[in-house]
Ligand binder design. Structure first.
Ligand SMILES: [Fe+2]
Length: 312
């Protein structure tokens, strides 16, 4: 497979764990700051992630909503605050079945049902629709189950993506990534329901959105990177047929993990020679500090409402 290039990809962070309305534009980031909004903007941050991805080819721009935050309140509020247009969305996609990524979905669909185009595709995977739990030291917490029928009820075409696929919008969805790095094991605390039992979660259906920006390389848009950010980047390069990774944006899921794992991941990311790195959501403070120290030139700070643009 060879992923055709696009001219530009702009990723607006609709929901992320943090917000800083005083932060100035930097590198590839344009901020929804007090100065830009011309008011004291009230964007909401929460433990969740939602991307709005705009893909430009020539004079055409396609838009994909990729993940939907933890709550519909934050998702719809920020969407409105940022002036985004639900009527201009061409496709919807969900990375995996955790509530902090799909929690805002049904409320978003309900709020914008009059604006969204009919028959929009909703890309996911059968593994997204199973019950999920976090279990540690004898405590088990239910962390969500998205009902496929609840999604289909909103006049959407619900599509499964087991294999990599190039969407009409000009980006690739990863499909199943079956070759994780040995040191990027999924913590045993993450469980899923299978045939009536709770088993180690695999996140086998986890989707990554990948764009190939002309003359720059790949832009890898990840969510929680449960299957491992290094493996995800390698998979993106392999299935797209593009070796150079220009930028990686999303949650790297290193929060709470040990220093050795963080060290190995940061070293691998350095080895990719990316131009920009935008750690978000579940990356964690320790990993962020490491990235800030060891990849200062490439690092771009995230904030809810920021737009990161790659390509001319
Ligand atoms: Fe997450």
């Amino acid at each position: 497979m060879s992923l055709p290039p696009v001219d530009r990809v702009s990723i607006t962070t609709v929901v992320d764990n943090s917000v800083d309305v005083l932060r100035a534009d930097e590198k590839v980031a344009r901020r929804w700051s007090v100065l830009r909004a011309r008011k004291f903007t009230d964007l909401r941050a929460e433990h969740g992630l939602a991307h709005h991805v705009a893909v430009t080819r020539g004079r055409e721009t396609a838009r994909i909503a990729f993940d939907f935050g933890l709550t519909a309140e934050s998702m719809t509020h920020n969407f409105r605050e940022l002036g985004l247009d639900a009527g201009a969305i061409d496709a919807l996609a969900l990375s995996h079945g955790h509530t902090d990524h799909f929690g805002g979905l049904l409320g978003f669909l309900s709020t914008y049902r009059g604006r969204l185009r009919s028959g929009l595709r909703f890309y996911g995977h059968p593994n997204h629709y199973v019950a999920r739990f976090m279990e540690r030291e004898g405590t088990r917490v239910f962390i969500g189950r998205l009902d496929r029928a609840d999604v289909g009820r909103w006049d959407l075409d619900v599509v499964d993506v087991p294999e990599p696929v190039i969407l009409g919008e000009g980006v690739l969805l990863s499909g199943e990534m079956r070759t994780p790095e040995p040191y990027e094991a999924i913590p045993p605390s993450l469980r899923m329901e299978q045939a009536g039992a709770l088993v180690q979660d695999t996140f086998i259906g986890e989707q990554t959105l990948v764009a190939h920006v002309r003359d720059r390389g790949l832009v890898v848009v990840t969510s929680c990177s449960h299957r491992g950010i290094v493996g995800i980047c390698r998979h993106a390069a392999q299935v797209s047929g593009v070796g150079k990774i220009h930028a990686v944006i999303g949650g790297f899921h290193l929060s709470g993990l040990d220093a050795e794992r963080i060290d190995r991941v940061v070293e691998a990311l350095r080895g990719f020679e990316v131009d920009y790195l935008v750690p978000q959501h579940c990356t964690g403070a320790e990993a962020f500090v490491q990235l800030a120290q060891r990849m200062a030139k490439e690092l771009v700070v995230s904030s809810t409402g920021s737009t990161f643009t790659f390509g001319g």
